[in-house]
Design a protein around this ligand. Structure first.
Ligand code: GLY
Length: 568
């Protein structure tokens, strides 16, 4: 077993996220009634069709989720997990946490070798998977909000799996990139790599085993996944290969219905992801630290804007490393972290002219809180948004973690498994795949959910839907989503222009300001002169957004990808 080294994790992430330089169209897709923005066009079309048939945004979101599991297996899944944020037109909100959880046989040091060093078993192999949550999440969403027959929402995915769909250039490229990992598993090699005769653009890709698994879900709901043939095959394959997920883990899995985090920014209402996502705390802290700084006076992606945003990011990621984890297992100090006085204190430590070295920025809550005394209170991921004609909005981010998860397909079931266990902190101070550090708050415990960066967010204006936004991109999700929110709210950009703007990222450690290709030499030089270590990157969060503009829905999806904003 190899040790995971800090920078190698980051390099790994960058390789997974590497994208071509952005092509900018600048113009969003516009629609009057309903809209879906997703990272794969066939799945976006499935969602629009459900909306046209009178389904609501939640119906469409469920159908898109199942369709992406077929057409976008790099991240769309039934073997992973995620979060669904719902805001109904009447103001009711819900946050469905269907994040994977650690199996009962998981233990705190399970990814350390005999010398106490982290291994790669949290990323590769059968032991890297948490108990999948996506099917339970979609069923819970359906039970709470669905209006169309359940089977109608699964059927489009079954047809896409059974009859196949033409392989797009981006899917073909992605399979080529993942060839090494997928080849390591015989079932993945057989299905996704056609035994080594890789799919070319335009060829039809059929997944009969996955169609069978989806059929059982269509007929039996979540029981068609967590019990019966699917569960027994999955648990059997785990047992045969040294994995930890047992039939009891599957039977016990539950979606958790959490209160979304809420806040305000310049008169907009923000509804966002609570722990076990760090994302919502990140968005609200960063927006709070920027308030009153006039960070925006020189325009988007100016040296001043990048500096203030990066310093706010740096401070949030320091807090993230110490305080955030699964609130059902650890007292997460959300209120103290978002307390205006604390946020103002953090803001005051930002030097207007200089970068603050990360060595001088620590997790910032007072130590009495740090001890837990007063805290009690009440590589590849994908994101899509749906808004229906009534103004109901849904933002879903779900994932297998790495691209194609751990690369293992369960024999006979046709779906890939996640490697979400890597989102736990295997050891305090040891970075995970995304270079993120963690503490006890995010240590492994049976049944616990790993800390996430996924940040599905919905924004309101005057009590009505204004924006739905989210992204894949590992640790870069939270910063990418926050930047696009700022680009729309403060710089008045349309969602297409906002998602196409070059992005940047700082996560405290490593102490590096990542600038996406597209920033000028002068900007990079000015930031270096302020004390930043600057590194160019192709890997950024690929943000998807829908914005309501005077009664018209505008959708933006990154033009450097093959996603689609579709509406009617
Ligand atoms: N697996 C990526 C995340 O949840 O942040």
């Amino acid at each position: 077993m190899q040790s995971v080294h800090g920078r190698s994790g980051v390099v790994y992430l960058l390789a997974a996220l590497l994208t071509a330089p952005p092509m900018r169209s600048g113009e969003p897709v516009r629609a009057r009634h309903g809209m879906v923005v997703a990272q794969e066009p066939l799945a976006a079309d499935v969602g629009v069709e459900i909306l046209k048939q009178g389904g609501n945004a939640i119906d469409a979101a469920i159908a898109v989720g199942f369709a992406l599991a077929v057409t976008h297996p790099v991240a769309g899944n039934i073997g992973g997990g995620g979060f669904m944020l719902v805001r109904l037109a009447n103001g009711r909100t819900a946050f469905l946490d269907f994040r994977e959880c650690a199996p009962r046989r998981a233990s705190r040091d399970m990814y350390l070798d005999s010398e106490g060093n982290p291994t790669k078993d949290s990323i590769f192999g059968w032991r890297s998977s948490g108990v999948p949550g996506s099917v339970a999440g979609f069923e819970t969403a359906y039970q709470k909000f669905g209006s169309k027959p359940w089977a109608n929402l699964v059927n489009p995915a079954i047809l896409l799996a059974r009859d196949g769909f033409p392989v797009s250039k981006s899917f073909s490229d992605s399979l080529h990139s993942a060839q090494e990992m997928l080849s390591a598993d015989p079932e993945s090699k057989r299905i996704f790599l056609r035994g080594g005769n890789l799919y070319r653009e335009g060829e039809i890709f059929r997944q009969p085993e996955l169609a069978g698994t989806l059929q059982r879900i269509a007929e039996n709901g979540a029981k068609g996944f967590y019990a019966g043939e699917t569960a027994s095959r999955l648990a059997g394959a785990m047992a045969a290969n040294g994995g930890l997920i047992a039939a009891e883990d599957l039977a016990a899995y539950k979606t958790i219905d959490r209160q979304p985090l809420t806040g305000t920014y310049r008169g907009y209402g923000i509804v966002t992801a609570p722990p076990p996502s760090a994302g919502g705390v990140g968005v609200l802290q960063i927006l709070g630290m920027l308030t009153g700084t006039h960070y925006d006076s020189d325009g988007p992606d100016s040296v001043k804007a990048v500096h203030y945003e990066a310093e706010a990011m740096r401070r949030f990621y320091a807090d993230r490393s110490e305080y955030l984890g699964d609130p059902d297992f650890y007292v997460v100090p959300v209120k103290p972290l978002l307390d205006p006085a604390y946020v103002a204190h953090r803001r005051k430590t930002i030097d207007p002219d200089r970068a603050t070295p990360s060595g001088l920025v620590e997790p910032g809550l007072p130590k009495t809180l740090n001890a837990g005394v007063d805290w009690k209170e009440s590589k590849q991921t994908t994101h899509y948004n749906v808004v229906d004609a009534k103004g109901n909005a849904v933002a879903v981010t779900y994932t297998l973690n790495n691209s194609y998860g751990n690369g293992i397909t369960v024999p006979g079931l046709g779906f890939l498994l996640n490697d979400e266990m890597d989102d736990f902190s295997a050891k305090p101070g040891a970075p995970n795949m995304f270079g993120l550090l963690g503490s006890d708050a995010n240590a492994i415990e049976p049944g616990k959910r790993p800390l996430s960066s996924m940040t599905p967010t919905i924004i309101t204006r005057n009590g009505k839907f204004f924006m739905a936004v989210g992204a894949p991109g590992g640790s870069r999700i939270t910063t990418g989503v926050t930047e696009v929110i700022l680009d729309v709210l403060d710089f008045h950009m349309n969602p297409q222009a906002a998602v196409d703007l070059p992005r940047f990222h700082h996560q405290w450690r490593p102490d590096i300001l990542y600038l996406q290709n597209g920033f000028s030499e002068q900007t990079a030089a000015a930031l270096k002169a302020m004390g930043y270590e600057v590194e160019a990157t192709g890997g950024v969060a690929r943000v998807e957004a829908i914005v309501m503009n005077n009664g018209t829905l505008e959708g933006g999806t990154e033009s450097r990808l093959s996603g689609k904003a579709a509406g009617y």
